[in-house]
Structures are given as structure tokens and as C-alpha cells.
Design a protein around this ligand. Sequence first.
Ligand code: SIN
Ligand code: FE2
Length: 218
Amino acid sequence: MPMNDLFGVVEPVFPARQQLAAGASLLRGYALSHEDALLAAVHDIAAQAPFRRMNTPGGFQMSVAMTNCGEAGWVTDRSGYRYDRNDPLSDKAWPPMPDVFTQLASHAAREAGFVDFKSDACLINRYEPGARMSLHQDKDERDFANPIVSVSLGLPATFQFGGAKRSDPVQKVTLRHGDIVVWGGPSRLYYHGILTLKDGEHPRTGRARFNLTFRKAL
Ligand code: SIN
Ligand code: FE2
């Protein structure tokens, strides 16, 4: 069933599983049945470890606000990028990973061909209109044998998925509420990013997009 957007661009909604590259799959709507539990958990985590806009080693403040849950959280500051067992704002451990997160990540990974994925770190990104994430690789994890599982909630965004080199051509894919992207194996270190979020109002999240990025970091 094709779906028309405002500009008459037709994007396939099915098949539910779309291969973006070797080792990279898009699972349309895979998280939808858990939307309530996922959003409640994000809210809960943010009450303990608030969203904050971190600084890059180069001294820029990121437009995306972030928090984490799990055994370790991804952080950046003037000294670099790393995983930290504690939230630098409170110096306390990050909130534990809720079961609904762990299980969804592991099921989605399996659906994409990665068995036994046990995530120990979840980075939660909050995009408001105007926020973006430039092309980058996820490479601060200890071992690249495990995939990345990325869950989208709220406003739609344009995901760019490139290749092993920054200069490789990128595919542009619209990620909507409930979509999951999994990349690992040959595409584990592929460049990816999110174009500037357009303004909008989502019935579940208002003027925001949330992204949960599950990793095995430690
Ligand atoms: C990320 O690469 O950390 C975020 C990707 C996304 O927001 O979909
Ligand atoms: Fe990333």
C-alpha cells in the first residue's frame, strides 16, 4: 500500500522489512505496538536524568538534547566522546534500562538477522524542530560485532544512510513514529545522520522526535 505525502512522493509502506545495505534493515512500524510503554519510559528516564545539549570536543553545543539509560551512557564534552557509567550531571548511575527497551531491541535485532543482541546502553536523542545530527559513525563501542538498533518516535525525520567513507553516496529514508533501523555486520560502521527536523506536531510527542539508539557498549 503506497502512502502519499504532501508533495506527492510515494514511499512504500510495505514490505515491512526493507534492506538498506548488507547488514542494514529498516523495520517499518516495528515499535508501534509498544508506543505507550516506550514513551512512558522515556518520560521516566528524563525525570531522573534530564535531557541536555552536550558539547562536542570541538566546542560546539549539539542541537539534539540527549540522555541515557543502561549500564553506560554515551557522553561528549571538551575532552572527547566516551561511554560513562555515571551521568556527569548527577555523578550517579544512569537509570536502568527498562525491560520493554531491552526486549524490543533484542527482538528487532533478531528480525534483522542478529541473534542474541543484548544491549547495555541506550542513548535517547530528543530532536526539536531545527535540530539535526550530521553524518557520523558509531564507533565508541568496545566491540563492533554487535549491531546498532535505532527506534524512532514522534515527528518524522529524514535519515541519511551512507557507506564506509564519509564521501560515499547517502540514501535518504523517512523515519516515522514506530520505525526501527538495525545496522551491523558489514554496515556496522557506515556513516549516518539526520537532516534538520521540520516543524510539526505529533499526536504522541508534540513538536519533538525521540530516537532510542541501543548499543552493546561495554
Ligand atoms: C544517532 O545516530 O545517534 C541518531 C540517529 C537518529 O536520530 O535516528
Ligand atoms: Fe549514530
